[in-house]
Design a protein around this ligand. Structure first.
Ligand SMILES: NC(=O)c1ccc[n+]([C@@H]2O[C@H](COP(=O)([O-])OP(=O)(O)OC[C@H]3O[C@@H](n4cnc5c(N)ncnc54)[C@H](OP(=O)(O)O)[C@@H]3O)[C@@H](O)[C@H]2O)c1
Length: 246
């Protein structure tokens, strides 16, 4: 049996990825942070079992905290054993503020939630993948980590940082057959997008050549491709409607 851990899976992109992992036959550890998301995460775990016949558990952990990541990975090992085939570092928070008004606490939280969380999770998971001589890590970055965005220095830095980390770890662990890749979504219809300024969002959608936001399924498709394609490592793929072309 194949096992996967996905962070930030109670809603949005993470939820769609968790469902896709179940469809692909993975046992899934569904991570969430907030008490208010417990029911969502537990319902998702139940759905994975019912609809896909896999094992699934919901585990609360704030992945910006090192100790919580240790507990999360231990919960995965207790439930499914030491074989962790796939880790998806997806948890993230958005941020938008004029830089001079951006509080130190805020940008620290953004970097801890979006970037350091992936370091913590890899720190605990990669040793198991080394032991197993294989694994696949996918980090949810963002098109903003590629192209930048005014008033989002912390968010863009965190997402660009994930790409750097992905490349370095891909090189370091290639011999152990552990692949690291990023997905850099464009604008995707989730709570995160809905939480933004509607006027700014409408302007941004207009700048997307395909003229619309993407769906969470578009990102789950990218994840599935990265899991299947054994020759992909150290790369990013960016389903973004043509918004950014490197
Ligand atoms: N939507 C977009 O347009 C877009 C574009 C590019 C990149 N992304 C990236 O895609 C990822 C998912 O975004 P989304 O749009 O699906 O966001 P979302 O709907 O706001 O969901 C965010 C998820 O992350 C979890 N989370 C946040 N902080 C966490 C923490 N410290 N520990 C554990 N879980 C945490 C949330 O858990 P709770 O429910 O418990 O709060 C929730 O499950 C993020 O990394 C985001 O930056 C999104």
């Amino acid at each position: 049996m194949k096992n996967a851990i996905i962070t930030g899976a109670s809603r949005g992109i993470g939820e769609a990825m968790a469902l896709r992992l179940g469809q692909m036959g993975y046992n899934v550890v569904v991570n969430y942070r907030s008490n208010s998301s417990r029911e969502l995460a537990e319902t998702l775990a139940a759905r994975l079992k019912e609809e896909h016949g896999v094992e699934a558990i919901a585990v609360q952990a704030d992945v910006s905290r090192y100790a919580d990541c240790e507990k999360l990975v231990q919960a995965a090992v207790d439930a499914f054993g030491e074989k962790i085939d796939v880790l998806v570092n997806n948890a993230g928070m958005n941020s938008r503020s004029p830089f001079c008004e951006l509080a130190r606490e805020k940008y620290t939280a953004v970097l801890e939630t979006n970037l350091l969380s992936a370091f913590h999770m890899c720190h605990f998971v990669v040793p198991y993948m080394v032991k197993a001589n294989g694994g696949c890590v996918i980090n949810t970055s963002s098109v903003r980590g590629l192209m930048g965005s005014a008033q989002q220095a912390d968010y863009c830095a965190s997402k660009a940082g994930l790409i750097g980390m992905t490349r370095a770890l891909a090189l370091e662990f290639a011999k152990q057959n552990i692949r690291f890749n990023c997905i850099c979504p464009g604008m995707i219809a989730t709570d995160m997008l809905r939480g933004g300024d509607p006027k700014a969002i409408a302007e941004q959608v207009e700048a997307v050549p395909l003229g619309r936001v993407g769906s969470v399924e578009d990102i789950a498709d990218a994840m599935e491709f990265l899991i299947h394609n054994q020759y992909m490592t150290g790369q990013y793929i960016s389903p973004n409607g043509g918004n950014y072309m490197p």
